[in-house]
Write a protein that binds this ligand. Structure first.
Ligand SMILES: [Zn+2]
Length: 397
């Protein structure tokens, strides 16, 4: 009798392989075989990239959006779903939602990058610079993503859709849509909003005026959060109207106290739409990891499973050695194994390891790069030992 425990592994090595060239079924089989031997029970397989200057955003042969050219010759995602299912492993199509890959990617098969066709969708900063992020306020972009989700669910028998980058970049947006909305709803100009969000002059205000200024800032922050919230609700409606059996999950910033104000991602607020959630609790010291995941476990609703992320990455955090919350050095296999033990000790229903290539010793590639692709040092045997007991995902019905 198998235990119930989510054991997820993010997989991005296929992007490195496809960009290297000559990617084929034996490469996909290697990933599935390794995942099966390790004892994980679900793969979060990347099908839509974050911003990257390497290629278009999509990594399966889409008829709707712009995919990497090689995906039309060999559909590695299709093989991944089939081979994983033959091995009893779930596959969740993993999307970077509001990022658009290389926005200057060349046209493939007559299709252009969405931000080339719709420059008005881009997040615009206060200087008027457009980014590779799309602003969550654009209903047209939500509908485009909805058509991509439907295409994925039509073509492949996926077990779930996993969304990442479900947020703004670390800045507010002043696209035409946002400027108009913020003016109409709150009577605020771009300069006023920038000052409010920076707390400019707040130290000079008396309590009553400070209170009003904080309420104004709060309304702006809530506006951006609400755009993201509505997008997640829309994806939930699409996925669940397609099939109740397809799970919706998200990778999110780990700190729910700061995510709504820093990147406008109030994910505790949208867990009502999620079957499981993976806060990316990366590079945390073991003590801080324990504290944070215990707090998260107590704060999210019962129907949403918490599978905290574990950074199996061979590079140190920028604050390593100077901030007690972070690991003092690069993670290694002993750290990864210890966090699995802590997660079980706290009683969360599973974990999610980032990522396949770094625990199986692959070198960083053109997509993963040094930060997200450097292997962890140490013996992977420590992980095998923790997953010897068969497990089905905790979200399984
Ligand atoms: Zn905007």
């Amino acid at each position: 009798m198998a235990v119930k425990e989510g054991r997820a592994l993010w997989v991005e090595s296929q992007q490195d392989g496809i960009l290297r060239g000559g990617y084929g079924p034996e490469d996909v089989k290697q990933i599935i075989d390794n995942a099966k031997d390790l004892g994980v029970n679900m793969l979060l397989w990347l099908v839509k990239a974050r911003m990257a200057d390497t290629a278009p955003a999509l990594w399966y042969p889409s008829e709707i959006g712009l995919s990497h050219e090689a995906c039309y010759d060999y559909d590695s995602f299709g093989d991944a779903v089939k081979m994983a299912h033959d091995s009893g492993i779930e596959v969740h199509a993993y999307f970077s939602v509001f990022t658009e890959g290389d926005i200057e990617a060349e046209t493939v098969r007559g299709k252009k990058a969405p931000l080339v066709e719709h420059p008005e969708w881009a997040v615009v900063d206060r200087q008027g610079h457009r980014s590779e992020f799309v602003c969550a306020s654009h209903v047209g972009y939500r509908e485009y993503l909805g058509s991509i989700l439907r295409e994925i669910m039509d073509k492949y028998s996926v077990d779930g859709i996993s969304i990442d980058f479900i947020r703004y970049p670390r800045s507010p947006c002043f696209c035409e849509n946002c400027k108009e909305n913020l003016k109409k709803k709150f009577g605020l100009t771009v300069d006023q909003i920038v000052d409010l969000l920076a707390g400019k002059g707040f130290s000079l205000l008396d309590p009553e005026h400070l209170s009003a200024a904080l309420d104004r800032a709060g309304a702006v922050i809530n506006y951006y959060n609400q755009n993201v919230h509505e997008a997640v609700e829309y994806f939930h409606t699409i996925v669940k109207s397609y099939s109740q059996d397809i799970k919706l999950s998200a990778g999110v910033f780990p700190n729910p106290r700061t995510a709504p104000s820093q990147v406008y991602c109030d994910w505790v607020g949208f867990t009502e739409f999620l079957d499981f959630v993976c806060p990316m609790v990366y590079w945390y010291s073991p003590d801080y990891y324990r504290q944070v995941i215990a707090r998260l476990q107590a704060s999210i609703r019962e129907g949403t499973k918490l599978y905290p992320g574990i950074s199996a990455l061979g590079v140190p955090h920028a604050l390593a050695g100077e901030n007690i919350n972070y690991l003092t050095k690069a993670p290694d296999m002993a750290y990864v194994a210890r966090l699995v033990d802590i997660a079980r000790d706290v009683g969360v229903p599973g974990i999610a390891i980032f990522q396949y290539g770094t625990i199986f010793g692959l070198e960083p590639g053109a997509y993963t790069g040094r930060k997200w692709g450097t292997p962890v040092a140490g013996d992977i045997q420590m992980l095998y030992e923790r997953f010897t007991e068969p497990a089905i995902p905790a979200h399984a019905d």
